[in-house]
Each structure stands twice: as structure tokens, then as C-alpha cells.
Design a protein around this ligand. Structure first.
Ligand code: SAH
Length: 423
């Protein structure tokens, strides 16, 4: 068993160690805490660590209590997830070439998927062996979130590899998600790569993408997350087909954002579509999408309002819809919030059931990692019971395949939905 290196003065330590670099820091786990890394689960929690520390994002070697190699990982001094594994191969070297290999593999996987859009998720964090990194491609523009200390430290190498793998000329950074604070990182936004040079101040951050047959505008600087919710792409297509198949005339799109499901409904032949969201800029974009795609703006109504209050008001007014979409933001970021989130999900689903015409279609989603598919089904069941409404499960829905889940990291599964036909 190698003796544990004393904690070194951070000033004299090289930025990152290598296999043959004796200054590579070692994180020793507590007895019995090696199981999850042995199962190739990439997280090491603070409480599992017996000894060792490193600088933010520094590459560390993780060993079992007995001194057996388990993984190379990135150290996050302030996060409860103290190490995120880069690799479980002792012979692997974590360097710029490592990031090129991982990014090339992720991009190659997407190119096999035949995605019906020029906008897609290229890097999906842990599922692509790059914990903390999210990269979406919108046409010729990449939009990236660096959400953990490890990817933050390797940002330059990652940016280089992304441009090389895709041939895109523009890479915008959207590292402004609140989770960065848990990593001790400040928000960071702006162009990382641009034909006018790094740090360019080009205000032209809007990109027009083609999803299915539709044109949609995405602003990588001003939109939510990286700009758009690409994970719902396949579900928007299914919705269009069902609206057509079931002849849904009156459609209510709750938490519409920029109206992706509203455009789908209009494309499916809906006569009247109402988009509800609490973001005025998102709704303005939803209205613009209606006209951009050649639909009569008279067929679309935008409500800048809280969904829950709107559903209650519509019930009071005796409104009825042939199809309703409920795609709320994450109510439960972790399992600890599941109970309160369950009540919120149940409430909006109960209200939606009450507004649904017999034979009507409900698409209901949860993107909370803390609420799994089986719990979500139970919540929706409770909502149906309270509303006095039953329905047939038409389809179980999930994120589009460019947002993959891996075999060894089931926690990566976050978006789940049900398509229900009211009896
Ligand atoms: N269905 C969308 C994505 C929805 S994201 C798509 O296909 O693109 C969730 C949306 O819910 C965001 O646009 C956010 O502005 C909105 N939102 C959050 N809380 C809300 C509330 N209480 N009432 C209305 N909208 C809300």
C-alpha cells in the first residue's frame, strides 16, 4: 500500500498530475465505500472519503481503503459530490487527448441517431463520461454549460476538442446555472470561440434551427439553459401526430416556453392553441414561432400567467380542452424534495384532468431527478382519482436519445412523461 502523500502546498503543486507524476494526489475512501465506483457509478460523496484533498478540478487518483486503484477523477473541494470520475481505467491518462476521445465518441454516437433536426445535445454529462458538461448544438453554434470544477479546469481543452469534432465556428458559454455555486464557481457567460476571436462581443446570439419541419429561433445567450429544451423534440413530434390522429381542436400548452408544443399542435391541425408561461420573452417568441411557421396568429393565444392559477380560472370559467400539455420546470431537484414536489405535480394534473374533454389527450411530464417514473405514475394516478377521471396510458415518454442514460448511471434519467387518453 502506497503511503498517503501529505497535503501539499497548493502553490507548488503542478496544475494537474499525470500517471507518472508523483505529485498526483490520492483520495482514499473509507472502508467499504468502494462499491459504487466498482460499479462504475461516477460520484464519490464527501462522506465516503477517509483522506486526501486537492485543488478545484484537479485530477486525483481514487483508491479503496486497501489502496486498490478505483478511478481517476476531478476533485470538487466545496461540493457534496467531492469527486467525479473521469475514468475507471488505471492506464488512462487524463489530458487533452482524453477529452478529445470522449468528445469524439459522444459526437459519433449522435451522428448514428438520425436526429430530425439540426439542433441536438452533443454532450450529456455523466452519460458521455464528462460529468458536469452539457453541450447543445444549434446549427453552426455550440452552447455549453460547464457545471463542475473538473470541466471548468479543462475548459480550454474541451472547447478546442468541441470545435475540432463538430467543425462549428461558434461556441457560446452558458455557465450561469445555480448548481455552479455548489462547486464554488462564479457564473460565466460569453463567446468561447467565434470567427471574430475569443471573447468576441458579437450580440448576435439568436440562431434559427429546424426541428422536424418547423423553424424555431433559439437565443443561446438569453434562452433558458443552453437556449432550448431539445429533450422534448421527439415528444413534440408525437404530440403533432396525436393531435392530428385524435382530431384535437382546442389545445392548452402549459409551461410552453417558446411554444414548441404549440407549433406542434398547430402543425397537427389544432384550431385554437393557448400557450401559458410565466416568462414574457418566452411567450413573445412563442407568438413569433406561430407566424414564422406560417400559421394564422388568430389560432394562437399567449397567457403570461402562473399555470396553477390559470388552470383554476379556466375550470371556473367552464373551459374544456381536447389536448393539454403539462411540462413544468423541475419541482424536485433531489429525492429530498420529492414529497413537496409530489403535491405540486398532483395538483396541476388534477386540474388538467378536470379541463380535459372525454376522449381528450393529456401529455404530462416531470423532469425531476428526485421523482422516478413509477412515483410519477402514482402521482398522476392520485390526481386522476381526485378529479374523478380515468384514462388509458397511450405511451410512456422520455427524453430524446441524444440525452442518453447509461446502463451504469440510472440517476441520469430525469425526464419522464405519460400520454393519457381520457375515458
Ligand atoms: N415545454 C417547453 C419547455 C418547458 S420548460 C418546450 O417544449 O420547450 C418550463 C417552463 O415553465 C419555462 O418556460 C418557465 O418559464 C415556465 N414556468 C415556470 N414556472 C411557471 C409557473 N408557475 N407558471 C407558468 N410557467 C412557469
Amino acid at each position: 500500500m502506497a503511503p498517503l502523500a501529505p497535503a501539499a502546498d497548493p502553490v507548488t503543486v503542478p496544475r494537474w498530475g499525470t500517471l507518472d507524476n508523483p505529485s498526483m494526489k490520492t483520495i482514499r475512501l473509507r472502508h467499504g465505500k468502494e462499491r459504487s465506483l466498482q460499479r462504475r457509478h461516477p460520484w464519490v460523496f464527501e462522506g465516503s472519503i477517509a483522506s486526501g484533498r486537492a485543488d478545484p478540478g484537479e485530477t486525483v487518483k481514487v483508491e479503496s481503503h486497501e489502496g486498490e486503484f478505483l478511478a481517476w477523477g476531478a476533485y470538487s473541494p466545496t461540493s457534496a459530490i467531492r469527486v467525479r470520475a473521469w475514468s475507471f481505467e488505471a492506464a488512462e491518462r487524463i489530458d487533452a487527448a482524453f477529452f478529445r476521445r470522449r468528445i469524439d465518441r459522444a459526437v459519433a454516437m449522435r451522428s448514428r441517431l438520425a436526429i430530425p433536426s439540426d439542433a441536438l445535445r452533443l454532450i450529456h454529462g455523466e452519460a458521455d463520461g464528462l460529468p458536469g458538461l452539457v453541450v447543445d448544438r444549434y446549427g453552426d453554434t455550440l452552447s455549453a454549460q460547464f457545471l463542475a470544477a473538473g470541466v471548468e479546469r479543462w475548459k480550454a481543452a474541451i472547447a478546442e476538442a468541441l470545435i475540432a469534432a463538430t467543425g462549428c465556428s461558434r461556441l457560446y458559454e452558458r455557465s450561469d446555472a445555480s448548481v455552479r455555486a455548489l462547486e464554488g464557481l462564479e457564473p460565466a457567460t460569453g463567446w468561447l470561440r467565434h470567427p471574430q476571436g475569443e471573447g468576441a462581443s458579437d450580440p448576435a446570439t439568436a440562431v434559427t434551427i429546424r426541428e422536424h419541419g418547423w423553424q424555431l429561433q433559439v437565443d443561446v445567450a438569453l434562452g433558458h439553459k443552453t437556449g432550448y429544451y431539445l429533450d422534448q423534440r421527439d415528444n413534440r413530434q408525437l404530440f403533432m401526430e396525436w393531435v392530428r390522429q385524435f382530431g384535437c381542436r382546442r389545445v392548452l400548452n402549459c409551461y410552453s416556453y417558446t411554444g414548441g408544443f404549440s407549433v406542434a399542435a398547430l402543425a397537427g391541425g389544432a384550431e385554437q392553441v393557448t400557450s401559458v408561461d410565466s416568462s414574457a420573452p418566452a411567450l413573445a417568441q412563442a407568438c413569433a414561432h406561430v407566424t414564422l411557421n406560417g400559421f394564422d396568429p388568430g389560432r394562437h393565444q399567449a397567457l403570461d400567467a402562473d399555470v396553477n392559477a390559470t388552470l383554476r380560472r379556466l375550470i371556473a370559467e367552464g373551459a374544456v380542452f381536447d389536448a393539454i400539455v403539462l411540462d413544468p420546470p423541475k419541482f424536485a431537484p433531489t429525492a429530498a424534495h420529492a414529497e413537496r414536489a409530489a403535491r405540486a405535480y398532483k395538483d396541476i394534473n388534477r386540474l388538467a384532468f378536470k379541463l380535459l374533454a372525454p376522449g381528450g389527450l393529456l401529455l404530462t411530464f416531470s423532469c425531476s431527478g428526485g421523482v422516478d417514473a413509477s412515483l410519477f405514475h402514482k402521482i398522476v394516478a392520485g390526481a386522476g382519482l381526485d378529479a374523478g377521471v380515468d384514462g388509458y396510458l397511450l405511451h410512456r415518454l422520455e427524453a430524446a436519445p441524444d440525452h442518453p442514460t447509461t446502463v451504469t448511471f440510472p440517476e441520469g434519467e430525469y425526464l419522464k412523461g405519460l400520454a393519457i387518453l381520457r375515458q
